[in-house]
Structure formats: C-alpha cells, structure tokens
Design a protein around this ligand. Structure first.
Ligand SMILES: [Zn+2]
Length: 1017
C-alpha cells in the first residue's frame, strides 16, 4: 500500500466536484443503490442526484502515509482497498466489511492464516479470530495447542521437561481490538496489521511469523460497532467534520460502547455473562497466549496510553508481571519515539479491578496490555494547537503499538513461555502464596444460583471439588471476616483449593477481602481530600461468592480427605413430580431464583399462579416462603392441559413442580385456602429507555427480562408519551441525562395511584424521594438532617419488632398501673447535633462514598420482596443516594447486618462506649452540653447488638457512618398502587444476584402483592 488515494485532500484538485460526488454517493446513496439492485430495480445511468457544493479547503486533514512503507505484498492476497472500496483505515469498516476481509484473506493465504468463528452476538453477528503464522507452524497447530496445554499444569512434569517442551513451542500473541464499539480505530488497525502479516513478502514478517503465532480478534463487539457506525452514517454531511463535539463524532445514547444489551464487555470477563466474553475466554484458554492486547480509544483530545498501569495493581497479578510490563512498554515507547509521537502510561490507568479484558489473562500467565488511542469517529479532529489528527493517523497509532508488541514477543518468546509456566508452578507450590487455603461454597436450596456459580467457575477453568461427607474445619473465616471455630462443613459443599495452576485467578476472584496496599490507600485518601474524587477507576470489590449472594468460607487448609473431584450431580428429576393422580395443586420451591421465572412464564402461558408469603409443608414436603403454587381450582377455566403446561415450564427451567394431594398444612403452617397464598396478577412490564436513561442500568434490567425471565415486555421511549394504562409495572432505571422530565413524573404519579407498581433505582429513586415529587415518603439523607430522631426510632422499632425482648413478666401481668415505663429512644439518651453541624458532617462523609464496595445488609424475612434472600445479604454500595425511610414505608433490606452480642445482652456497644468516658461530674457536664450518644452515623445500635457493614472492598469509615442503617430497598403503598425504590442498580453487571432476586420479585410479584387488583366484572 505505497500509494494512497486521498479521501479529501488538503488542496482539492480540479476534479473535486466528481470526487466529492463519489464520496457522497458512496456514503449516502450506495446502500440505496445496493438494495434497489437486490430487488431487481434498475437505476438508469445519468439519473438525477443531488450534487452538493464542494467542501472548502481544510489543511492537515490528509494523512496518506503508508502504514508499512517498505513492504512488498503477495499479489494473491487481495488488498484491503480492493475488498472495501477504500484504503484500510480511511474510514471505519463495519462488521460485514471486516468479515469480508477476514474470509478473503483466509481463503487467499491458507499457508499463513486460519479463520475461526468463536461466538455469535445477540444480533447474530459472528465473532472471529484469525490465526496468522508461518506455514510450518500452521501445519502443526494441534501440536502447539496441546504443548501449551501441557504447560498449564506444572504438577505433571519437572522443570527440565518443561524447558524441553518450551523449546518445541511457538509463543502465541493475542491481539484484540475495539471491545468498546465506538472506539473504532482498533478494528481498522487490526485489518492493517492482518493484511501486512498475511500478505507481506518481507523477511522481517516471515521471520516474525516463524517465531510467533499471532491471533487477531479484530472486532470484539460487533453489535456495538455497527450500532455506532449507523449513527455516524446518519449524521454524515457533505463536508468533513473535525469538531469532536459534533454528533458524527459523539453519536448518541446508547452509543456503541456496550453490546446489544449495552453491557460493558470490558468488565465482563470476571462474570462471563455474555456470549462475546464467554467465547473469548474459552478461546484464550484454548491457545494460552503469552501476550494479550486490548486496544481501546479515549477522549479525542488525548494522546496515546499503553500499559503498565500505575498502583494499585491487583495483588494477585504475578510478581514477575511488572518487569514484563516495563519491557513491553520500553519497546512500544521506542516505536512511538521513532515516529515523533507522544504517549503516556499510568496516570488514570490503575490495575486494581481483575475483570478487565487485559487483566484476566494476566492471572493465567500472560502479559496483558491496554492501548488507549485518542478516539476519532471519522475524518479527523481539530486539536487545541490547531493540528488535525485524522482518523487514519489515529488508526496508525494502534498499528505501531501492535507491531512493537509482536516484536517484543518475538525477541522473548521462550522466556515468555517460561514465565507462563513459572506462574502456574508458583501457584501450585506447597510453600507458595496459595498453600493451605481452600474456598468453600456451602450448599443451598437456591440450586439455579449455585449452578450459575459452578458454570462460571468452570468457565474460568478452576479445579473444583465437592465434600463427599461432612468435615470439620478449624479457623475458618466467614464473609464478614469473623473467625468461625470448628465449623462443620456439610457434605456437598463446593471446595476450590487456592493452590492450583490458576491459583492467581482463583485468589483474585474468590479471596474475600483483598486490601489496597498502604501507599496506594494514602494516595487515594489524599486525592479525595484534595480534589473530591477517587483515583480508583472501577469497583473495589467483586468477590464472586458475595456478588452471587452465596454463603462461603475461607478454610485455612489444603483440600480435606473427603474432597472428591466435582462432578455435576444428576439433577434430581425435573418437571412435575409426585405420584398424585388428581393433585389439588403443584408447588415450586421459592428458594430457587428460577421459581420467579417459572411463575412469570406460567402466567404468560395463561395460568393463574400464587406465591406463598410464608413457608409451608404439604404431603410432608417443605417449601420455602416465596414458593409458587398453581391450584387446580384457580385454573378450572384453563383450556390447555394444566399438568402438561406446569411440567413443560418446570422442565425448561430445570425445576421440580411437586404435585400436592392435600391442601392441609402441617401443624400451624398455612393451609392452601388461607390468606398466605396470594394470587399473582400477570405483570405487564414497561422499562423506560432512551431520553437520558443510563444505558448500563436499563440494559441490565432488559437483559434480565429477556434472559432470566424470558417474558414479553415493552421498552418505552422517554422522549414520547406512551399510554401507561397498558402496563402495571414501570421500571425507571438510573439516569445519566438529568432527572426524568416533569411530565413523566406527573403521569407516573397518577398511574401509581390507579394501581401501578413503580420501581426506580439509584438517582431515579432519589428523584421520587424528593418532597416536591409528592409520591413517596422516602427521602435522601441530606433532606432529613433536621429529623434524624424519627429515622433512628424507626430503626429501633424495626429491630424490636423482629428481635425485641418481652418486658418483665411482673410488669406485663401487674394488676397495678406502675409508673416508670421505658421508651426505646431513652436507650439513646441524647439528641442529634444541630442541623448546621449535621450538614457539615454529611458533606464531609459524602466525600468518602465508595466506588463500589460490598456491604452486608439485614433482611426482613417476612417481606415478599425478600423471597429467596437471606442475611447477611451482600449488596454493592456505590456513590449513590442514601435512602431514608421511617413511618409509612416498609424497608425489606437495610444496610448493616445486626447481630446480638453474644452472652452480654445488656452490655451493648453504646453502654460500653459511654461507661468508658465516665465520671459522675463529667456526666453532669455532658448533660449540659447535650452530648450525643455514640452512634454509627445517624443511629445508635439497638441495645445488645453489633453491626457488620463492610464485607469487601474499600469502604472508608466515613462512608460506613453515612450508609449504616440506610434503606437498600423500600416499598410503600401509594393510592391503589405502590412505589419500590432501590438505592443502587440491583442488577449490577448481571452479577449481584441477591439484589437481582429482589428486582425479579418486585417485577413479577409486585402487581399481585403490593397493588390492589380489581375483580374484573
Ligand atoms: Zn474502551
């Protein structure tokens, strides 16, 4: 590609009108022509088309340098230009164009390239990687693969054998591009690098391919990219645009960053939710690359960034990774220097979160590298110094980095393979960092949730075991950091030893409480105090068992003798079970998250369904609260086959639906005809979208509706004014673009009062909690600093209602009316500070709100919203509003897990703290000053209790004092309907499965449980 055709030249030549005409035709009219031709419609030659005015001159837009000026190419391999109709990098190629190139090149160069489709997106676009290497390597792909697979497990052979094996292997370098679909340059750079590697005849390339097996994944997010390219196309005009604020550079919501459901795929490798990620994780595990590159784009006025990241770097990154990072960076910097380009590393880019695309392979033994290039959507972008950075030059910067990294792999291939082996050897060492530590995930009746965890662990490649029988573990630690003495670990417990080849990854994903080192913590605190913002780029907590809401322990031991390799249990029979000829009902256990799906799908299939608000027992079988019940009587008018419909629904969800012969409950447990089996109202769900809604938040709910529930629903455009009376559930996700318009809040208010279930989260919840919204009694903390006593009393009352002790019997049964009654608030014995002081305090505490920490919540086990939830419930706390709820509002979940202080019922923390500063003189003085009692934030702890809040991640004490006792979810009746508010996104990354269960309960059970449902006459 020595000659470049300029798209738009600095000085437009005399044929400019034709040129411009061609461009506009290609850009705007070509799709129309193509579709007309496809329909067999002829377009007459010379047909009239609009001829735009030629663009005026724009100095510096032209960047026509060859990417590889000294290369000569094999004629048999078609050029990018011949395939695309424009030179590679001149504009962003869409996924179809990219696929066309990959297929053509793989077909034209079978000696160097092999194309593999590794996954399909939700929109049915293929994801590909192309293996490019010398013919001699390509002919023994299987051998290279099985060789590196052997290196995966150093327990099976000696160091000397490993060295011998490494001599026979070729290192694999994996380059992935454009996981954020609107950071488009990466994919075009991938095409440039691919063509060069596949077609170049130069000796440096053929040698590189002999020494390295290159795998290029040119487009990691095709759905996002094509969504964004459509935005560019529809905003394209007749003249080049170099203003980075213009729509054709910015796009509009949801832009192209996320995949079909707007998820950020560059956070997904930890949770493996999406097919793009799962396919890639499997492929990376299959080829065991020693280098994984993830090429991104950043702000258009930036320069270029590459790895390594600054501190904090995840503690489970292998120690030797840092020096490799520096080595790659030196070579990459030298390559940029040769072109006179500037770049940086570190600064905002830290390395704490382990779920980035370039981080996940590091735990497996690869070197991970991030690129961030100043992002330009097309044409070019004017920079402050007046220079224009063109799209094609921006593409070139990724080319420079890619080639530099490949050369570093080439020069260090064997050493990188040794690095891969040594990391795994270290993870397996009996005296290594991961010895004598096993993670135990306890059995649960929530089978579908445990299955999700097991599948994810398998995707990560963890070796898993299961306790064949009960055993005792001394010194186990629970998820609240408490030592559990001689805990009996039941049979069936999943056991994941930390000492295994993927020990680093196991530790990164499962260690309960990975703590940021002191220096980075100091920097973080100073940054907060200096500039009011965090230096941490993502959440500081991600522990998989906590995210999933599964109870787990850390055992300070190797695998116990009773451990057996994990085998998926033959799932007990699914579908309708029980030899009952004419059952009165079928029951599905509510402990399982999939029971909600069962209820939703049964209702969609036309059945009448109930959900039990209490645990029950029929025919000697126990069912948890929230269990789903389908009675024969309710479904007398059902025209289909009741048993077959229940059976099919249960089977598709791998659930059991137990046929019940008698509706007489065991003992005092509910009977079938009583009030505890509430009839559900089929939900008609609308999810507010667009118009400033957060794509992440609404995408998560949408994903759950589609993939967890699989039921019909509507996504409504906030910019319109649809008829809300069609729906009985409306979900308002968090918003990026300011509050929901007033017209919507007014309509929603009327709709709720008429019987709707309104569910809002995060800042949308805060909007409904404003007094002026006139919809909810919930408030945000800064708005109620003058009446904290009311909220403190609500905390006490809730606790007493749940676990309070009886007054002394003589007082209860006394015939005399005795003076001296005790009030709960007297235990607090002191006022809150003045409002002015409280405001000052709250502003201070607010500085320290978490970037994402897992905190323990307490659960009202009698509330329908908490079906399937147990305490302590892990909840992800973010920089979200602090919700306050008192009288008139139910709080199914509050932050702060309360437990009784063992053995000292009267000796609570408050009393302790008070007694310590005691002398009677001082007491009198305190009274005069109205001294405050010891509180956590705005509430004292109920007598005889202690509170656990932080489970994992960075939660400053200041944030603890702001969040403790605040509401995580609230529910209140409003007119004939109800309002349910979540403090944060309950479906965060589709991974916070405890809160997500409440979201499912809210959407599916809400209309039946919380809102009045009229009998239709
Ligand atoms: Zn990105």
């Amino acid at each position: 590609m020595k000659m470049m055709k300029p798209w738009l030249a600095d000085h437009i030549p005399s044929d400019r009108a034709d040129r411009v005409h061609q461009i506009v035709s290609r850009c705007l009219a070509a799709p129309l022509v193509a579709s007309a031709m496809a329909l067999g419609i002829c377009i007459a030659p010379g047909q009239e088309r609009a001829t735009p005015l030629p663009p005026t001159e724009l100095a510096g837009l032209r960047w026509t340098n060859a990417f590889f000026p000294d290369a000569t190419y094999r004629a048999a391999v078609p050029t990018g230009e011949s395939l695309l109709g424009y030179p590679i990098g001149q504009r962003a190629a869409n996924s179809t164009e990219i696929e066309k190139c990959l297929k053509a090149w793989a077909a034209a160069a079978p000696d160097r390239a092999r194309l593999v489709e590794y996954a399909r997106t939700y929109e049915d676009r293929p994801l590909h990687y192309l293996i490019v290497t010398a013919p001699k390597n390509l002919s023994r792909l299987e051998e290279i693969k099985s060789g590196t697979a052997k290196l995966e497990d150093p327990r099976k052979f000696s160091e000397a054998e490993a060295k011998k094996l490494i001599e026979t292997l070729v290192p694999v370098a994996w380059l992935g591009y454009t996981i954020h679909g609107d950071e488009t340059e990466g994919s075009d750079a991938a095409l440039a690098v691919l063509y060069h590697l596949i077609a170049a005849e130069n000796a440096d390339v053929t040698r590189l391919l002999e020494d390295v097996m290159v795998i290029i994944d040119p487009l990691q997010n095709p759905d996002g990219r094509d969504r964004f390219l459509k935005m560019i196309a529809e905003n394209r005009g007749t003249t080049p645009n170099v203003d980075d604020q213009s729509l054709q550079h910015t796009g509009y919501d949801a832009r192209g960053r996320g995949n079909h459901y707007f998820f950020d795929l560059n956070r997904d490798p930890l949770f493996g939710v999406h097919p793009e990620t799962r396919g890639r994780m499997n492929a990376v595990a299959r080829w065991n690359p020693v280098l994984v590159v993830d090429a991104h784009g950043m702000g258009p006025q930036e320069t270029h960034l590459f790895s390594p990241p600054r501190e904090p770097v995840n503690l489970h990154f292998p120690a030797s990774d840092a020096q490799w990072g520096r080595l790659f960076a030196r070579d990459q910097a030298a390559a940029f220097d040769r072109h006179g380009l500037v770049y940086y590393h570190g600064e905002w880019n830290e390395g704490w979160y382990p779920g980035y695309t370039d981080a996940w392979p590091v735990f497996r033994g690869a070197v991970g590298i991030l690129y961030e290039q100043a992002r330009i959507a097309e044409d070019g972008v004017r920079r402050p110094e007046g220079r224009i950075l063109s799209y094609r030059e921006s593409v070139f910067h990724h080319v420079i980095g890619s080639m530099a990294n490949l050369k570093t792999v080439q020069s260090n291939g064997k050493k990188l393979l040794e690095h891969f082996y040594h990391i795994r050897q270290r993870a397996c060492a009996a005296d290594g960092p991961y010895a004598k530590r096993t993670f135990a995930v306890l059995p649960t009746a929530n089978r579908s949730r445990l299955d999700k965890f097991i599948k994810l662990s398998q995707l990560h490649g963890f070796e898993m075991f299961q306790a064949g029988s009960e055993f005792t573990a001394a010194g186990a630690t629970d998820q609240l950091g408490r030592e559990v003495k001689d805990r009996k670990i039941p049979a069936g417990t999943i056991l994941i030893p930390n000492r295994q080849p993927l020990g680093h990854l196991v530790a990164a994903a499962l260690e309960f409480d990975t703590r940021i080192p002191v220096k980075a913590l100091e920097d973080e605190r100073q940054e907060i105090l200096r500039n009011g913002g965090s230096r941490i780029y993502d959440t500081t907590a991600w522990n998989l068992t906590m995210m999933f809401g599964l109870e787990a322990l850390t055992l300070p031991m190797e695998l116990p003798d009773v451990a057996q390799p994990y085998k998926p249990a033959d799932r007990a029979e699914t579908g309708v079970v029980g030899e009952v000829e004419a059952p009165v009902a079928y029951a599905i256990d509510g402990a399982d998250d999939s029971s909600v799906t069962g209820a939703a799908r049964l209702m969609e299939r036309g059945l009448q369904v109930r959900a039990a608000e209490k645990a029950f027992e029929f025919d000697g079988q126990k069912f948890a609260r929230g269990s789903v019940v389908i009675t024969r009587l309710d479904n007398r008018n059902f025209t289909g086959d009741l048993r077959a419909t229940v059976d099919a629904t249960a089977r598709e969800l791998r659930l059991r639906a137990v046929a019940i012969s008698s509706g007489l409950g065991e003992g005092d447990l509910p009977d079938l005809g009583g009030e505890h089996f509430k009839r559900l109202e089929p939900p008609r769900i609308a999810l507010l979208s667009r118009g400033g809604s957060s794509p992440l938040a609404l995408g998560e709910v949408w994903f759950f509706l589609d993939h967890e529930l699989g039921i019909r629903h509507a996504r409504l455009n906030v910019e319109g004014s649809p008829d809300l009376s069609r729906y009985n559930v409306v979900v308002v996700p968090e918003r990026f673009g300011g509050p929901l318009p007033g017209s919507w809040t007014n309509r929603l208010k009327d709709w709720v009062r008429a019987g709707g279930t309104l569910i809002a989260m995060g800042n949308s919840a805060a909007q409904f909690a404003e007094e002026k919204a006139d919809l909810s009694k919930v408030r945000v903390l800064p708005d109620v600093l003058n009446k904290l006593g009311d909220y403190e009393l609500a905390v006490f009352r809730e606790w007493l209602a749940r676990d309070g002790e009886l007054p002394p019997a003589d007082a209860v049964w006394s015939h005399k009316a005795l003076p001296g009654l005790k009030y709960p608030w007297q235990a607090i014995d002191g006022a809150h500070a003045e409002e002015k002081e409280l405001k000052k305090r709250d502003a201070w505490l607010n500085l320290f709100m978490p970037q994402g920490a897992l905190v323990a919540a307490r659960v009202d086990a009698k509330h329908w919203l908490t079906f399937g939830c147990e305490e302590p419930l892990p909840v992800l706390a973010l920089r979200n509003p602090v919700l306050m709820a008192a009288e008139g509002v139910e709080v199914p979940v509050r932050l702060g897990y309360l437990s009784k202080v063992e053995g000292k019922p009267d000796d609570n923390a408050n009393a302790d703290a008070k007694d310590k500063s005691d002398s009677s003189d001082k007491k009198d003085a305190d009274k005069k000053e109205k001294k405050e009692p010891p509180r956590v934030g705005w509430s004292a702890l109920p007598p005889g209790t202690e509170m656990h809040l932080r489970m994992s991640g960075l939660l400053w004490p200041e944030a603890t004092h702001r969040l403790a006792n605040s509401a995580y979810v609230t529910r209140e009746p409003v007119g004939r309907g109800q309002v349910i508010l979540f403090a944060t996104r309950p479906t965060f990354r589709a991974a916070t499965l405890g809160p997500a269960r409440m979201m499912l309960n809210a959407m599916i059970y809400g209309p039946g449980y919380g809102a009045a449902q009229p009998i239709r006459p």
